[in-house]
Design a binder for this molecule. Structure first.
Ligand code: TXA
Ligand code: MG
Length: 315
């Protein structure tokens, strides 16, 4: 097994990380949502290596991470609605799925053959510094083996991918803790929600005046929307107020358990801690997880989305 370098986030470390990326290697980098497994989006070989390291199905496209609007607009077409969304929420935890530009400098495999390209400009200073030092778009899915829990700390990345990637850049724990909100913007300006995240419909409406359309497309358009995903090793049961004797409670609010998402019942705190607690329960060998009810409001919707996928029957 090759050695995965542990890098800090000082400028010498980021130079080293950018050098590895230029050599076609993979580097796990912190973002405000989750750690991403970054590779040169312009290189077929690097993108291929991302799919291989994660064991990711090749029909599941990747997000290209950009450092500027200029970089973004060289890769995809921005209808006015997309420009408004980018102005309101970038840099930040929002991904836009847009018509890919002819001749865009990203490998075909990034989009898995789709005519659209997913773009995100992350806010995390380390991710921004790394993209800028690299000087081009970085393809980066969450840095976990496909189907498993997303990583919000460097230790989570190493637990899944140690020896399979070039390096991990330590930027501490991710502040949001759930993957970005994904919106598809059609050439006619229609905006559809493909994956709920910390930026919700109300915030989008108040910041841009845009109303989200129903997601009426058939099939799995964002395969992160595949039903079984984010799976811990233990079985998961949702909306539990009284756990069975053989269950361990993943709590929310004032309940007695060693695993509490937010004793104060705060949704943002629960989102930031969700994946870390699921990783911890995995590590502790918890076999039956019962989850407290989580309110279906604001970021609670994104938390419940991830929990439903964690609880879904597995193949
Ligand atoms: O917060 C995030 O978005 C993190 C950080 C690292 O940026 N990234 C992330 O990537 O969650 P990933 O690969 O785990 O999830 C990306 C999702 C997948 O469900 C994929 O199917 C969808 O985005 N996606 C990518 N390109 C797409 C496209 N052209 N059309 C529809 N869905 C797309
Ligand atoms: Mg993922």
């Amino acid at each position: 097994m090759a050695t995965t370098l542990r890098l800090g986030s000082d400028s010498a470390s980021l130079d080293r990380a950018a050098e590895l990326l230029r050599a076609g290697q993979l580097v796990a980098m912190p973002t405000e949502t989750v750690y991403g497994l970054a590779g040169d989006a312009g290189s077929d070989a690097a993108v291929e290596a991302i799919y291989a390291a994660k064991g990711r199905p090749s029909h599941n496209p990747l997000i290209a991470h950009v450092g500027s609007m200029q970089m973004a607009e060289s890769l995809a077409d921005f209808p006015p609605e997309a420009l408004a969304l980018a102005a309101a929420f970038w840099p930040g935890p929002l991904t836009l799925v847009l018509p890919r530009r002819a001749g865009a400098a990203v490998a075909q495999r990034v989009t898995a053959g789709l005519p659209t390209l997913a773009l995100r400009m992350p806010a995390h200073p380390v991710a921004r510094a790394l993209i800028n030092s690299f000087g081009g778009p970085l393809a980066a899915p969450s840095a976990n083996p496909s189907g498993r829990i997303s990583p919000t700390e460097p230790g989570h990345v190493l637990a899944g991918l140690d020896g399979r990637i070039g390096a991990v850049v330590d930027g501490g724990a991710c502040s949001v803790g759930l993957e970005s909100t994904i919106l598809a913007v059609a050439p006619d300006g229609r905006v559809r929600l493909l994956r709920p995240g910390s930026i919700g419909a109300e915030e989008i409406l108040s910041a841009t005046g845009l109303i989200l359309s129903e997601n009426d497309q058939a099939g799995i358009e964002a395969p992160g929307q595949m039903l079984s995903h984010y799976a811990p090793r233990g079985a998961v049961r949702l909306d539990v107020t009284t756990p069975a004797p053989d269950e361990t409670l993943l709590g929310f609010g004032p309940v007695e358990t060693p695993y509490n998402l937010s004793p104060a019942g705060e949704l943002a705190e629960a989102a930031a801690r969700l994946f870390a607690l699921l990783h911890q329960m995995d590590q502790d060998g918890v076999e039956r997880i019962a989850v407290s009810p989580i309110p279906e409001t604001g970021i609670g919707r994104a938390i419940n989305d991830r929990l439903r996928r964690a609880a879904a029957p597995r193949d």
